[in-house]
Design a protein around this ligand. Sequence first.
Ligand SMILES: O=C[C@H](O)COP(=O)(O)O
Length: 242
Amino acid sequence: MIERPPGLLASVADLHEMELARAGGADIVDLKQPAFGALGAWSPTALTAAVMLWNAWDGAGPGHRPALSATAGDQPMVPALILAAATRIAGTGVPIVKVGLFASPHAGACIEALAPLAARTRLIGVLFADENPDFGLIATLGRCGFAGVMIDTADKRSGSLTEHLDPLTLGQFVGEARRHGLMTGLAGSLKLSDIATLAPVGPDYLGFRGALCAGGRTGTLDPARLALAREKLGLSSGFRRV
Ligand SMILES: O=C[C@H](O)COP(=O)(O)O
C-alpha cells in the first residue's frame, strides 16, 4: 500500500500549455522546450513572462497554485558554463531550476560549482537512466545544498526509464536521495501505464511530457491525457506543496 501517491510533474512548452497544466492539476509545472533537447530551455524572455503568470496565480492563496520549475538546457559538463546557464534561468525568478548532469568525469565538479546558487535557488540535479547514472553523485548533491534529484532519459529514442532501470534500482535511488534529504522525481518517456509500476517505488513525483501530448513530446499538451494521469496517480484535488 502506497502511503502517498507521487505528485505529477508536467513539462510545458509555452504559456498556453502552462495554463492547461495548472487547470489540469499538475503539481509541478515544468517549463521545458522539448524541441531543444532532453532538458531544452525556454528563452529568458519567455521565462520572465511565465514567472509573471505564475505570480498572478498566487491570488488564490497558498496551496492553490502549482510549483514552477524550468530546465537549464542541455549544457556541456563544464562547471563555469553550467553555472552560467543555471544562474541565467534562476535570474528570471523561476523558483526551481532543473540542471542536467550528463555522464562525465566532471559531473561532480559541476555540482560543486552550483553550490553557491543552490544556497539561494532550489536546484534539482537530473541524472540520466540511459547514461549509466552514478548514484554516488547523490551524496554530492545533498552536500552542495540541492533541493532534489531526478532521473530522466537523455536520448529520447533510447527507450523509456523503465527499459533502462528496474524498480529495485529505482527504489535504491529514491532511498539514497531521501537519506541525503533530497526530493525525488522519476521521468523518461514514461507512459501512463508505467504509473502502476513506478508509484510503489515511492518517488515524490513522476514527470511526463510525451505521454501528455497529442503527437508526441514535441506535440501539444492534451488536457484529457493530463486528467487521466492524475486519475491513475490517484491524486485528489488541490496542489501538493513541493
Ligand atoms: O521532466 C519530465 C520530462 O519532461 C519528461 O519528458 P518525456 O516524458 O517526454 O521523456
